[in-house]
Design a protein around this ligand. Sequence first.
Ligand SMILES: N[C@@H](CCC(=O)N[C@@H](CS)C(=O)NCC(=O)O)C(=O)O
Length: 202
Amino acid sequence: MLTLVHAPRSRSSRFLWLLEEIGEPYDIQYVSIRRVDGSGALDPANPHPHGKVPVLKDGASTVFEQTAIALYLADKFPGARLGPAIGEPARGAFLTTLAYYSGVLEPAFTSKFMKIGVPRGTAGWVDSDEAMTFVNARIAAQPYIAGETFTAADVLYAGAFALFMDSPLLGEKKTKALEDYVARCVSRPARAQAAAKDQNPV
Ligand SMILES: N[C@@H](CCC(=O)N[C@@H](CS)C(=O)NCC(=O)O)C(=O)O
């Protein structure tokens, strides 16, 4: 049985969405996390080495880092068609998009949020405007971030953008293509099913 180690309204929420897309049974293990507003606490029951979420437990496997979990689930459930298989031509774009999310896009926005300049030639990422020029070009040219079909990568990108569409972090990079892309992804029934489950445990 799959178990999502989860804290409501956090980065693990989008993995409820991904699990709803897959449609296989799963459990939720609720943990507390340290929140940006100072609330919350490290939870000793969380297997993540830094007390973060998400974590996915699957039998003897414990997987953490969003992109690793997205790839693990897409590969494990090929029938859900949430990522091209090894050998398919679209696989390269899928892997690139996953790695770009964690290696470039999240650090870019974290740098902007924290008002940290990006040292060109040293940091492995770029500033968020440059990253968003790339993202906007992709989604203007194709319906989904990795190509013609919805994949697990869209859960990461659209799930994140949906949280800060109206924030100054995006500024003029909030294009019509971006709005349409996010709307296309978040209108999926699995997203609504996940949102209904993204509550504090009773
Ligand atoms: N690099 C991690 C980031 C996960 C992350 O930062 N999660 C936040 C929730 S939005 C968290 O658990 N924060 C608690 C903490 O930093 O102690 C990933 O991609 O999975």
